[in-house]
Design a protein around this ligand. Sequence first.
Ligand code: GLN
Length: 250
Amino acid sequence: MNLKICHLYPDLLDLYGDRGNILTLASRCRWRGIEPDIQQASLGEDLDFMSMDILFIGGGSDREQGLLVQDLMRREDELRKAIENGLVVLAICGGYQMLGKYYQMANGERIDGLGILDVWTIAGTKRLIGNVVVELNPTILEVDSQRLKTLVGFENHSGKTHLGEEVSPLGKVVFGNGNNGEDSGEGVRYLNVFGTYLHGPLLPKNPHLADLLLELALKRRGIDTLLLNLDDRLEELAHKVMVKRLLKQA
Ligand code: GLN
């Protein structure tokens, strides 16, 4: 069995080790005997979203977002169809912003987004930088009693994202800023699309989220099995050490 995982704009959107999320998904597949088929696509390169299982989009500076917006716009219909069909997407920071309606940069210029997510982003005057701890919203990310109930990561963004009626945040910020530093929401979930401001990379210290993405991708393929449990003691320890250290500072 294999899973097709695609990294969109790896040369333009890859901050704070974002590509580490691809490596994490690939390893967690292999450790369960699932063969990851890693693909990449960038400016001008065609991509069949519907045949993908997981799409990953990283973060990037305003300049990079400006460079890729036209290329991204021509993919709107196909990506929207695949997302409505349950494509699993993990989008970090700049990538998350570009799936929304627009991103108004600090210089006042507006970059149109795909408008697939009911969110919009307006740059503030102060960058939101630092470590983040998020208490997961159990309805968004099915958290079983055994697993971690938080997300940890690192943020660096000027954009402040606001959520519309159609979507919900991944959780509540207990340390850091999150979407906008005002409403204590972090990230978003819409169907199988997960947007977040958390770099790091995110998934190595959040194996529960990595496994949810894999389970949702298998379910979309009609393979409704629980993934084999892995020995995540190191990942969970790294996660818990960060949560403890940061909440002590809170
Ligand atoms: N350029 C965007 C911002 O500043 C996204 C930054 C990022 O991806 N880290 O908000």
